[in-house]
Design a protein around this ligand. Structure first.
Ligand code: 1CP
Length: 369
């Protein structure tokens, strides 16, 4: 731990700590801005660097991953207040022994998903050496911290346990979630055992990302909203809470002294906002189904909220993008405290980079007023 402390201190000095101050609840001069999936396929420079390479090969190559992480920071200079390390939520299933391939234009695919109890015993590795199996991720984070040169803070992230269980059982994305629903409703105990194990790996993975240089963390529970309210309370929330509780403890053990803000994004879990505000995270990220004013009322100043423009607005005219930004920021109370600008979900590959700029510039303009 002594060496990691030394290396953290030798990183270039941070020039913009707006999102860190905001996530800790401090008053700010304007709301910080970043965008989920701000790196990736809508950027022409992404395709240039990726150059037909396999997606996970790019994640595992620290030079490429750090370049892809920094691309949006470079393009939208002074408009984006955080970088997020180029990787994927599915690296935890990989570390647990599952094969995951990224099919071009189709998304993630698990050739051997978990379907039976035997699969859970034979395929899954329950004793993951996180430092060893995900060492490339830590190298990429450390290299990115140097290459960012203190421009903006760097996010580490991981998938939420229920979302990862969903991918591991479904074998990819899904519309009806037949297999994972079959599991939680016919093998609840086994489901819980795996969810708990995924959480342990997530806790170690997030903590080691901080040791490697991550300055803020986000947990993506992208399929949270596929659960009804009581199933969310049983199969998602306890594990999200476990992560929020245990990461700070693990960070102390690892010799990290400063507070590392943590954000949770549980897409579609509208019924759970009140509980999520009390779940140990510093910030809850909202999808676009929320009326900002209602979310602010429910939160009642407890934590910071993030979001939540419908990504589809980016396909609109400049005028409509601007008016919806103004409505969003005023709905979140003007943005001088407890608010981080984001979209309600990630960018799409079809988005126009200049429309994203219109969005970011307007957020700065309105947010500074
Ligand atoms: O800027 C960034 O955010 C880049 C880093 C990043 C992150 C945070 C990527 C790169 N993926 C993610 C998280 C992620 N991955 C989530 C959570 C956020 C969300 O809900 O969108 C999820 C669900 C995934 C799984 C995944 N990986 C999908 C979704 C498929 C589905 O089931 O709907 C896809 C398409 C990927 C591949 C992927 N991940 C990242 C990129 C840039 C890509 C596209 C790869 C390519 O084809 O070039």
């Amino acid at each position: 731990t002594t060496t990691t402390q030394v290396s953290r201190k030798s990183f270039p000095a941070l020039k913009n700590d707006l999102i860190l101050r905001c996530a800790k609840g401090e008053k700010v001069e304007r709301p910080p801005c970043w965008i989920m999936r701000q790196a990736g396929r809508y950027l022409p420079e992404y395709h240039e660097v990726k150059d037909g390479r396999d997606f996970f090969e790019c994640c595992r190559n620290p030079e490429i991953a750090s370049e892809l992480t920094i691309q949006p920071i470079r393009r939208y200079k002074n408009l984006i207040d955080a970088a997020i390390i180029f990787s994927d939520i599915l690296v935890i299933p990989q570390a647990m022994g599952m094969e995951v391939v990224m099919l071009e234009g189709k998304g993630p695919h698990f050739p051997n998903p978990l379907r039976t109890e035997e699969d859970a015993i034979e395929i899954l590795n329950y004793k993951v050496d996180v430092l060893q199996s995900l060492d490339w991720a830590f190298k990429a984070i450390t290299m990115t911290r140097y290459r960012l040169d203190g421009e903006v803070p760097l996010f580490g992230f991981c998938g939420g346990p229920y979302t990862l269980l969903t991918y591991m059982i479904e074998g990819g994305g899904s519309k009806i979630f037949r297999f994972v629903k079959e599991w939680i409703n016919s093998k609840p105990e086994l489901s819980h055992r795996i969810l708990d194990k995924i959480s342990d790996v997530a806790i170690e993975f997030l903590s080691q990302q901080v040791v490697a240089g991550a300055q803020i963390l986000q947990v993506f529970e992208s399929w949270g909203g596929e659960l009804g309210s009581s199933d969310f309370d049983e199969f998602s929330l306890p594990y999200l809470k476990k992560i929020a509780t245990k990461v700070p403890i693990r960070l102390q053990e690892l010799g990290i002294k400063e507070k590392i803000p943590m954000i949770v994004f549980s897409k579609g879990s509208w019924y759970a906002l009140d509980k999520l505000c009390n779940s140990g995270y510093d910030c809850v990220s909202l999808d676009w189904l929320w009326d900002p004013k209602e979310a602010v009322k429910i939160n009642n100043g407890r934590i910071t909220l993030q979001g939540n423009l419908d990504p589809g607005v980016i396909y609109g005219t400049d005028e409509i993008i601007k008016s919806k930004v103004a409505k969003m920021i005023s709905g979140f109370g003007g943005g001088k405290q407890h608010y981080i600008v984001n979209l309600g979900h990630g960018t799409h590959p079809f988005m126009d980079t200049e429309k994203i700029r219109v969005f970011l510039e307007e957020c700065h303009k309105i947010g500074s007023q």
